[in-house]
Each structure stands twice: as structure tokens, then as C-alpha cells.
Ligand binder design. Structure first.
Ligand SMILES: Cc1cc2nc3c(=O)[nH]c(=O)nc-3n(C[C@H](O)[C@H](O)[C@H](O)COP(=O)(O)O)c2cc1C
Length: 362
């Protein structure tokens, strides 16, 4: 059997996933402007659970109304969202997958055109040429954001999700606190890497307080992040701190699992480096550029306990079945509009995929 098709039991909760394949979080713009989940969003994720993924992660969902990063992003900031979240969680669970909601706040990447407010962040940061600046969050706003993560996680548990992934990767609010380039605070929330990790740590504590011990809580991190001024050493410092937090998993977002980092003159894939800096009992998910069974094996040889895919899972709702069979490789981009419609993407999502170079064939 392919190693990523073996079941996995999370040590802390005893919860078992049918296999180690993960549909990584993907923003897809298919939901409603007021943050309610749409039937299209449900259909797209249900098809991946039905297709055999062991874990299905939702798109990043904003925990405060002013944290929205994209049009059509569903929210977890109000009890109004509970009904849709419940239908989404049930549709994922119905076919046996573990359902995780990815919680985030866009911070300086929550544009004013969507929120009606000047973007806020750890500090005053440039939003890009001619786009003005973010403002620095007050102490009160920091506490409000931390509490919002807790409330959103509680809603997810009430709705029936098995857990949440806290989005600390790719430059959104948590990453803006983690990076020295975007966090220039001189109070308790800034300073050295330990202080810059305090916001994430407070969120983990709050989420734990608001949910039961059976609820899975994990963190997604980037191995290095130029946009926030975070080096590999900084990420590893935060990672080691995560190792002693009450977490069930860590997810490294590599974009390409073959990418390497240099540490003390030693050049190795990010997944291997991350594995070494985490307690052996904490499972590691890794994602980036995986399409084939061989690549999935390689991700596990590098030290991943779970193999995440995003783009392969867009084109192939039943991607795990390619690992089971092994005789055929999943086809690669470009894909026709008809193919993607059959794969349960609506027009808006297909249109969004046109922004990903060479993914849609027209
Ligand atoms: C359409 C699309 C939307 C994405 N949205 C998110 C997101 O909401 N949260 C996140 O952490 N990563 C997001 N990502 C990144 C993916 O989770 C993944 O890490 C990345 O695409 C690399 O994996 P892949 O090579 O298998 O596509 C997105 C990727 C794509 C293609």
C-alpha cells in the first residue's frame, strides 16, 4: 500500500484519519458577500471528501468581518454563519474525511474595497506603491482579534468540524506578527522572535479555551517569507515554540517540496528541516507541487506524516485513488473549463484559476 494511504491516529485526541492525504486550504471565491457558505462551496469540498481525501481543509475563513481577504470568502465571524458551516461540516464528514476549517485574518491584506476600513496590521506597513499604509493595531484590537479566533473555532466545533488550522503562513495577520519586517512593535507583541510569536501563542491558548479537548488544532507556517521579513531561522524559532504549544499538527507550506533551505551550511528540503525541529510526537503536514504517487512518497521520506495537495486536488477530486492504483498518473494542467466544471468548480472559481499561470486551457 502507498504509505500515504495508511490511516493515522492523532496522539492527543485519538482521532483516526482514514489516510494521510490532505486537501490543502484553497480560497475559491464561491461563497456570499455576507460571509455565508454557498452550496457551490459545499459541493466543491464534498466532492474531495467523496474522492477519498483523509483530511479536507476549507478555504481560509476570516474570523472578524474586517479580516476578509478575498471576494466570495466565507466567514466564521458571526453566529449567522453557523447554519452554513454546519451543512459544510456534515457534507465533509458524510464520506469519512476529517474536516478542518482554516481560520485567518487578512490584516494588511484585507483590502479596504472589501471591508470598508483601512487595513490593520502589527505595525504601520506599506500596502504597495500608491496604496497607502496599514495602521498599527491597538492593544485592545489585538485582544479582540485573539478572542475572535477563539469564537470562530468554537463555532466550527459547534458546526461539526473536527478541528481548525490557524493560518500563520503566506503573509496574513498571524504572519505579519511573526515577521520582523511587518512587526516593528516595541510593546510585548514585538521585539525578538519569541515576542513576535506571542500573538500566535495567545490565539492557540484562546482556541483551546473555547473548544473541547477532542478538537484538533494545528498551525500552518511558511518556511521563509520575504513579504514579512521572516527568515528560515525565524520560522524555526517559531516552530520550536509551536512544539511546546497545545497543538495537534504543524503544516509547512513549501509551494514546492523540492525547495531547500540552508542551515549551518547544510542544504536540505524544508520538510526535513521542519521535521527535525519538532517533537517526534507532533505530526507534520507538507504541501507543494505534489502530483504523483512518487512525489507523495518523497514528501513522506522527507519527514512528512501527511501529504497535502492543492492544485492536483482541484483537477482531480479523487486524487488519492491515483495513489491506490499506481498504474496511472493524474493528468496535469492545462485543464479545460468543462473538465473543471465536472470537477465541481463553479464559473467564479474557474475564472479565478485563470490567474494561476497555465492552469485553465483557454
Ligand atoms: C486557488 C488556490 C487558493 C489557495 N488558497 C489558500 C488558502 O486559502 N490558504 C492557504 O493556506 N493556502 C492557499 N493556497 C496554497 C495551497 O494551499 C498550497 O499550499 C499551494 O497551492 C501549493 O500546493 P500545490 O502545488 O499542491 O498547489 C491556495 C492555492 C491555490 C491554488
Amino acid at each position: 500500500m502507498h504509505p500515504s494511504l495508511e490511516p493515522y491516529t492523532f496522539p492527543r485526541t485519538g482521532l483516526t484519519t482514514p489516510n494521510r492525504t490532505v486537501l490543502a486550504a484553497m480560497t475559491n471565491k464561491q461563497s456570499y458577500a455576507d460571509g455565508r457558505v454557498s452550496e457551490d462551496e459545499i459541493r466543491w469540498l464534498e466532492a474531495r471528501s467523496k474522492g477519498g481525501f483523509g483530511i479536507v481543509t476549507t478555504a481560509a475563513t476570516h474570523v472578524l468581518e474586517d479580516g476578509q481577504g478575498w471576494e466570495g470568502e466565507f466567514g466564521t465571524w458571526s453566529d449567522q454563519h453557523l447554519d452554513g458551516l454546519g451543512r459544510l461540516a456534515s457534507s465533509i464528514k458524510r464520506h469519512g474525511a476529517i474536516g478542518l476549517a482554516q481560520l485567518f485574518h487578512g490584516g494588511m491584506r484585507a483590502p479596504e474595497r472589501l471591508t470598508g476600513h483601512q487595513p490593520k496590521s502589527a505595525s504601520i506597513n506599506s500596502l504597495g506603491a500608491g496604496k497607502g499604509n496599514s495602521r498599527a493595531m491597538t492593544e485592545e484590537e489585538i485582544h479582540e482579534a485573539i478572542e475572535a479566533f477563539g469564537k470562530a473555532a468554537k463555532r466550527c466545533e459547534q458546526a461539526g468540524f473536527h478541528g481548525v488550522e490557524l493560518h500563520g503562513a503566506h503573509g496574513y495577520l498571524i504572519a505579519q506578527f511573526l515577521g520582523a519586517g511587518t512587526n516593528k512593535r516595541t510593546d510585548a507583541w514585538g521585539g525578538d522572535q519569541t515576542a513576535r510569536t506571542r500573538f500566535l501563542e495567545a490565539i492557540v491558548d484562546e482556541v483551546r479555551k473555547c473548544t473541547t479537548p477532542n478538537f484538533l488544532v494545528g498551525v500552518r507556517l511558511s518556511p521563509e517569507l520575504d513579504s514579512c521579513g521572516m527568515t528560515l531561522e525565524d520560522s524555526l524559532h517559531t516552530l520550536r515554540l509551536c512544539g511546546s504549544m497545545a497543538l495537534d499538527f504543524l503544516h509547512v507550506s513549501c509551494w514546492d517540496i523540492e525547495k531547500t533551505g540552508a542551515l549551518n551550511g547544510d542544504v536540505r528540503p524544508f520538510t526535513s528541516i521542519f521535521r527535525e525541529h519538532l517533537p517526534s510526537t507532533m505530526p507534520l503536514m507538507t504541501t507543494g507541487g505534489i502530483w504523483t504517487g512518487d512525489a507523495a512518497k518523497r514528501a513522506m521520506q522527507q519527514g512528512g506524516d501527511f501529504v497535502g495537495v492543492a492544485r492536483a486536488g482541484i483537477a482531480h477530486p479523487n486524487w488519492p485513488s491515483y495513489l491506490a492504483d499506481g498504474s496511472e498518473e493524474p493528468s496535469r494542467p492545462p485543464f479545460t473549463k468543462e473538465w473543471l466544471t465536472d470537477a465541481s468548480l463553479n464559473e467564479t472559481f474557474i475564472d479565478y484559476m485563470r490567474r494561476w499561470d497555465g492552469f485553465v486551457s483557454d
